[in-house]
Design a binder for this molecule. Structure first.
Ligand code: SAH
Length: 304
């Protein structure tokens, strides 16, 4: 299949040379979101260092005899240290193995991919980076939320709720986040969400702004909870939202309500459990869309 596509494209898929390290994103969970380049890498690798947040079925296309090394956090045990993983990858490359670092989502979105390629460059190890589908875009999509919508927002901001020490990052500019970006997408933010919501509200973000928590996005365990910003932290606690979750703040979350009418026919791959505090009622589709979107009714009407 892969070969068929690439022969039409006119360029063969890259051959994995011995002694190289490839970093590939495996997407947020659903193996259908692996890229063809990631599959090509998995098929050729001699050793694969893989992360916790990817579905093990991604590894099924590894060749016989390939070594699979878990390099993530498992059940409360401390995760292997970043420098240990990097050291092992470099040692394996020196042993002339084809080394694949398989990471959840995209390697360069809050995935430490940047640190790893710097270390590889310093060690003069040739490398390649294969982008992946990031949780902050695919998760909302599977929940029925487009992270941008022409009628609602002209920018989207990706933010981590976790710094290198596990604390809420100190250098976040809450004024800018509250006023400068229509849609905020938080990663690794469950632990500090109460502080995040308080900081945004104190900086003047609309307390009625809708929030969606999408946990285990794109997997069979996907769950979506929505609430307004002013009581979102309490709602997440009450409903027991657990990591891993992406959190979307902004009016695009209302699109989920408007699109709710189509949910039965909605062509996402996955049916997800959605608990919405304002689940769409029996109003007409166009009325629901008009309510959901902060745009002129005549424009909204054209969407229905
Ligand atoms: N590089 C990854 C992000 C790694 S940081 C990417 O591009 O997606 C880890 C965080 O990503 C988690 O704490 C969570 O916020 C988010 N995440 C990753 N997979 C997820 C999933 N399946 N569902 C919800 N959130 C996910």
């Amino acid at each position: 299949m892969i070969d068929k596509i690439h022969s039409r494209y006119g360029l063969p898929f890259p051959v994995f040379p011995e002694g190289e390290v490839w970093l590939a994103g495996a997407g947020p969970g659903d193996p259908g979101l692996l890229t063809l380049h990631a599959v090509n890498a998995i098929e050729q690798a001699d050793i694969i260092f893989y992360d916790a947040l990817l579905d093990q079925s991604c590894l099924d296309c590894a060749k016989a005899g390939a070594v699979l090394e878990f390099a993530g956090k498992r059940g409360g045990f401390p995760s292997p240290k970043q420098h240990e993983i990097t050291k092992c990858m470099i040692a394996s490359a020196h042993d002339k193995l084809r080394v694949l670092r398989l990471k959840g989502g995209d390697p360069f979105i809050f995935g430490r991919g940047g640190d790893e390629v710097l270390a590889l460059a310093q060690a003069h190890i040739p490398f390649r980076v294969i982008p992946g589908v990031t949780a902050g875009i695919a998760g909302p999509t599977y929940a029925g939320i487009p992270v941008t919508s022409r009628l609602i927002n002209q920018s989207v901001t990706f933010i981590t709720g976790h710094d290198i020490h596990g604390k809420l990052p100190r250098n976040l500019d809450w004024q800018a986040l509250a006023h400068g970006s229509g849609v905020l997408v938080f990663y690794m933010a469950m632990k500090h969400f109460r502080e995040i919501a308080e900081a945004l509200l104190a900086a003047g973000r609309d307390p009625d702004d809708p929030v969606a928590f999408i946990s285990n996005a794109t997997t069979r365990k996907q769950r979506v909870i929505t609430a307004e910003l002013s009581h979102a932290a309490a709602a997440a606690r009450e409903k027991g939202v657990k990591a891993p979750a992406v959190i979307v703040i902004g009016k695009v979350v209302n699109m989920m309500r408007a699109l709710g009418h189509f949910r039965q026919e909605w062509k996402t791959i996955l049916r997800s459990e959605i608990q919405d505090d304002k689940e769409a009622g029996h109003t007409s589709v166009s009325a629901e869309i008009e309510n959901a979107l902060p745009c002129k009714p005549e424009i909204a009407g054209k969407l229905s």
